[in-house]
Design a protein around this ligand. Structure first.
Ligand SMILES: CCC1=C(C)/C(=C/C2=NC(=C\c3[nH]c(/C=C4\NC(=O)[C@H](C)[C@H]4CC)c(C)c3CCC(=O)O)/C(CCC(=O)O)=C2C)NC1=O
Length: 161
C-alpha cells in the first residue's frame, strides 16, 4: 500500500532527486486537506450502516435483482451484497485518508471481476450501488470531502467495469 507521501517520495527517489516544486505542491495539497480527510473518515465510520442502507434503497431495492431469480434474492445473497458494499465504503475511506488508490488495487479489485463473473453477480448493478454510496456519502460529509471520496468510489467502479 502506498499513500500520497510515499508516492511522491518514491518517484523522486527513482530519479535520485530531492522533491521538486511539483512534488512539493502535491505534498502541500495533501497536508492542507488532512483535517478534512480525518473529519470525513470520522463521519463515515459513524454512519457506515446508514450509508449502505440508503444507497441500497436508492439503487437496488424493488428491482429484479431483489426478486426471485435475482442475484440478491435469498437472505444469504442479500447479506453478501450488503457486506460487499460495506467493504467498498471502508476501503474507499482508507484510500481517501491515504490520498492514494493503491490499497484498492491490492485488497479489493484484485481478482474481483473474475469472482463476480463466475458467481453471476451483476457488475452494472454493483456499480450503480457504488455510485449511490458516492451520492449519499457526499450528502453527509459535504462537497469537498465528498469530491475526494468520489475519486475512490469511481476508482472501484472503473476497476470493476
Ligand atoms: C475486501 C475485499 C473483498 C471483496 C470485494 C469481496 C467480494 C465478494 N463478493 C462475493 C459474493 C457476492 N457478492 C454479491 C453482491 C451483489 N449481488 C447483487 O446482485 C448486487 C448488485 C451486489 C451487491 C451490490 C453477492 C449476492 C454474492 C454472493 C453470490 C453467491 O454466492 O451466489 C464473493 C464470493 C465469496 C462470498 O460469497 O463471500 C466475494 C469474494 N470479498 C472480499 O474479501
Amino acid at each position: 500500500m502506498q499513500d500520497a507521501i510515499t508516492a511522491v517520495i518514491n518517484s523522486s527517489d527513482v530519479q535520485g532527486k530531492y522533491l521538486d516544486s511539483s512534488a512539493l505542491d502535491k505534498l502541500k495539497a495533501y497536508f492542507a486537506t488532512g483535517e478534512l480527510r480525518v473529519r470525513a473518515a470520522t463521519t463515515i465510520s459513524a454512519n457506515a450502516a446508514t450509508i449502505v442502507k440508503e444507497a441500497v434503497a436508492k439503487s437496488l431495492l424493488y428491482s429484479d435483482i431483489t426478486r426471485p431469480g435475482g442475484n440478491m434474492y435469498t437472505t444469504r445473497r442479500y447479506a453478501a451484497c450488503i457486506r460487499d458494499l460495506d467493504y467498498y465504503l471502508r476501503y474507499a475511506t482508507y484510500a481517501m485518508l491515504a490520498g492514494d488508490p493503491s490499497i484498492l488495487d491490492e485488497r479489493v479489485l484484485n481478482g474481483l471481476k473474475e469472482t463476480y463473473n463466475s458467481l453471476g453477480v451483476p457488475i452494472g448493478a454493483t456499480v450503480q450501488a457504488i455510485q449511490a454510496m458516492k451520492e449519499v456519502t457526499a450528502g453527509l460529509v459535504g462537497p469537498d470531502a465528498g469530491k475526494e471520496m468520489g475519486v475512490y468510489f469511481d476508482y472501484i467502479s472503473s476497476g470493476l467495469s
